[in-house]
Design a protein around this ligand. Structure first.
Ligand SMILES: [Mn+2]
Length: 338
């Protein structure tokens, strides 16, 4: 008797299990292949990324008058991505820099015996742009600060200033620009007039809100002495080595000072008629106090700074206006003025 002709052969008990196993093996193989392709040729992923980035780049046109529109479109295109790249974020989205920069290191060793070269400085400050400009990358600076340096024939001092100050100002997370205002010719020096010129010229270039006026030969010894503006005009060089790390007299406002745009306008800028060395800083002090403002200062430790020793420059003799009064040391003593 033929078994099969009468009753259709019943499916073997293992058949459906076999099918399931085959399917499972096929699925595993496929999965393995996909996984292999994914890991072995990492290029697949980067091609995907290329398309994502390329799409974003299309919306980022040249920076110009339509920059804000481009940024707006870029923001729109970025909405589709779960994680927009840092680059595609419009600048306005950067968080504000913290009140106290986490990059500060405190006391600094400042010396003027080492040799410094402009080329080395350029290489170690790659983030500083043409024109001595710097803007923090990861956050929006709390202030836009113009540093104004009155200048003539002090190349070596300027090198030290740039060598020390650029790293400090970057650690202070300021959006800053450095302006060296050179007095042409050999006539009598006029520091305050150069500072006024620096204020006006810097404002032509950028929307600065704060102006730090610094002598070229003064270097802070602590990066917590922030070169920014405060609610009152700020005197920064409060503890100079030249004066035994103290103030020569209480009203002293020379060296390095900071005024906001409003504070500067309120005192109608600095006097233009102080020719020669000294006096203009006291005039500025009087302008400030006569407008009802007071002087803000860092403490004597944070405010320590070094002055590069030098002889009196030619054509910068003491201004007769400045030599009439002796210093009031604030402790009952007076010393001859400077
Ligand atoms: Mn000096």
């Amino acid at each position: 008797m033929q078994r099969g002709s009468l009753i259709p052969a019943p499916a073997l008990p293992g058949t459906s299990l076999q099918k399931a196993c085959k399917f499972l093996v096929a699925f595993c193989a496929l999965h393995l292949c996909v996984t292999l392709v994914y890991y072995v040729s990492g290029g697949e992923l980067s091609i995907f990324q290329y398309f994502m980035e390329h799409q974003q780049h299309q919306y980022r046109g040249p920076v110009g008058k339509s920059a804000s529109l481009n940024r707006f479109q870029s923001a729109l295109s970025a909405q589709g991505n779960a994680t927009p790249t840092e680059e595609s974020k419009p600048k306005g989205e950067l968080p504000m820099c913290p009140e106290t920069s986490p990059l500060l290191v405190g006391p600094l060793r400042i010396e003027f015996t080492i040799s410094v070269s402009l080329e080395e400085m350029r290489q170690s400050n790659t983030e500083v742009r043409e024109g001595g400009r710097y803007t923090p990358k990861d956050c929006t600076a709390l202030q836009k600060v113009a540093l104004i340096i009155p200048f003539r024939n002090r190349d070596q001092h300027l090198k030290y200033w740039l060598y020390y100050l650029h790293p400090i100002l970057q650690r202070q997370q300021l959006d800053y620009g450095v302006y060296v205002i050179n007095q042409d010719g050999e006539n009598t020096f006029n520091r305050a007039k150069l500072l006024n010129i620096g204020y006006a010229e810097a404002l032509k270039e950028y929307d600065y809100q704060c102006f730090v006026f610094s002598d070229v030969d003064l270097i802070p010894m602590d990066d917590r002495n922030i070169y920014k503006c405060y609610s009152q005009p700020r005197h920064l060089s409060v503890s100079m080595d030249k004066f035994g790390f103290g103030l020569p007299y209480n009203q002293y406002f020379g060296g390095v000072s900071a005024l906001s745009k409003e504070q500067f306008q309120r005192i109608n800028g600095f006097p233009n008629n102080y020719w020669g060395w000294g006096g203009e800083d006291d005039d500025i002090y009087n302008r400030i106090s006569s407008r009802g403002m007071s002087i803000s200062r860092p403490d004597g430790v944070t405010g320590k700074c070094r002055m590069i020793r030098h002889d009196r420059d030619d054509k910068n003799d003491p201004n007769p206006k400045s030599s009439e009064l002796p210093f009031d040391c604030g402790d009952g003593h007076t010393i001859p003025r400077r």
